[in-house]
Write a protein that binds this ligand. Structure first.
Ligand code: ZN
Ligand code: ZN
Length: 254
């Protein structure tokens, strides 16, 4: 199986990254990818970008150097009601919206039940596409509830290559947790996305550990968003309907 796009990368604009958009795109090209997403952290991450940056993401061209570029964000879930740290208008300008709970942000949930509620509520947001690194052992989850909600809401779970790097601080058990939600996901028909979570261009496209894990569990190819560019473009087209449906159902911001 092949992964054709890295759907989770950061640049210097996120406050703790080291490369530029152009360097990430060049690195994706060298890695033989067809697409790359630039997914900057939301404003409430320590040292993070101002929300103006999220509005300015559209200045990044959707295509360059022969690659498809997705203008995205990795927003923060900032309370147990699943609130994300960006207004809906700016979210609507982005191609791809990831979200996660991160340390150092205003999020104050403590129990697995609270983290599960926070993620499940965040998934009701019309613009949310992918839950990033749901394996994070710092925020344990009821995976059955999270997976079922994700399938119902048309949201994907991410297999984050960074979580599988044994040297990553705070992501011990990343592998075990990924295995747990992937096993449930296979039964429930959960779509997943793969990302490197690169904070430097040298790591863009490095997703081999995630790929090995997916092969190990024999995860269905058609449920992996970035197995083909066509699948990604279809998803972007379909998400317009998902947004319309959720907005019609009066999604409540607070
Ligand atoms: Zn993250
Ligand atoms: Zn990230």
């Amino acid at each position: 199986m092949k992964i054709v796009a890295d759907l989770h990368t950061h640049t210097v604009a996120c406050g703790h990254g080291f490369s530029t958009v152009e360097e990430n795109v060049q690195a994706a090209k060298r890695a033989g990818l067809l697409a790359v997403a630039i997914t900057e952290h939301g404003p409430s991450i320590p040292g993070g970008p101002h929300h103006y940056l999220m509005g300015a993401m559209t200045q990044i061209p959707p295509r360059a150097e022969g690659l498809r570029i997705l203008r995205g964000a990795e927003l923060n879930i900032i309370n147990t009601k699943g609130k994300l740290d960006l207004d809906l208008e700016r979210m609507s300008l982005l191609d791809l919206v990831l979200a996660a709970i991160h340390p150092g942000t205003p999020y104050r949930g403590e129990t697995s039940e609270e983290h599960t509620t926070a993620l499940c509520s965040a998934m009701e947001n019309p613009y949310l596409d992918i839950l990033a690194h749901p394996d994070n052992p710092g925020y344990p989850l009821d995976y059955k509830k999270v997976v079922q909600k994700a399938v119902a809401e048309g949201v994907l779970l991410e297999v984050n290559n960074n979580s599988l790097n044994t040297g990553h601080p705070g992501r011990k058990n990343g592998r075990e947790n990924c295995l747990e939600f992937l096993e449930i996901g296979k039964k429930e028909g959960l779509q997943i996305a793969v990302g490197s979570d690169a904070h430097i261009s040298f790591s863009v496209g490095k997703m081999h550990k995630a790929l090995l894990l997916l092969e190990e569990v024999n995860y269905p190819r058609e449920l992996i968003l970035n197995h083909s560019l066509e699948a990604i473009e279809n998803f972007l087209e379909q998400k317009k309907k998902r947004i319309q449906n959720k907005l019609r159902n009066n999604f409540n911001l607070d």
